[in-house]
Ligand binder design. Structure first.
Ligand code: ZN
Length: 151
């Protein structure tokens, strides 16, 4: 495993749409292992592959509900709403207010290519949506209703 450099705004790579993963091979596993080390070291709630300069539909989420590896994730259902503060490892020292669904169901493949269904809510649902947005080139600052500097 190796820690990777986190891409920061305004790098245009963060605005690109990522490609589907087709090969569930050692290269993918290395990426996933490196992303785990990187997100843990940065104390983040999640990390998406474009944030380490890889334009693939891969993201990880790390919350009190567990550690999730999502490959080719697709939002299936959403319900409710939550409005609260959000930050991003690619946007240092800032946070903003974002409205997200309260509960989501997401279908995603695991590192072996097997399809999994995740039903998450609250902060974990927020983290899923934030990371999945990255795969479509969306950084939360473009959907936040305000943006503030961290104290
Ligand atoms: Zn982010």
């Amino acid at each position: 495993m190796a820690k990777r450099l986190i891409v920061k705004v305004p790098d245009p790579i963060l605005t690109k749409r990522c490609r589907e993963v087709e090969a569930f091979d050692e290269r993918l596993w290395t990426l996933l292992d490196d992303m785990k080390e990187t997100v843990k070291a940065a104390n983040g709630a999640g990390l998406a592959a474009p944030q380490v300069a890889v334009l693939k539909r891969v993201c990880v989420v790390d919350t009190e509900d567990g550690y999730f590896e999502l490959i080719n994730p697709v939002l299936k259902t959403q319900s409710g709403a939550q409005t609260g503060p959000e930050g991003c490892l690619s946007v240092p020292k800032k946070y903003g207010t974002v409205t997200r669904p309260m509960k989501v169901t997401v279908l995603a493949q695991d590192r072996n290519g097997d399809m999994k269904k995740y039903k998450v809510n609250g902060f974990t649902a927020r983290a899923f949506m934030h990371e999945m947005d990255h795969l479509d080139g969306i950084v939360y600052t473009s959907i936040a209703t305000d943006l503030m500097n961290e104290e």
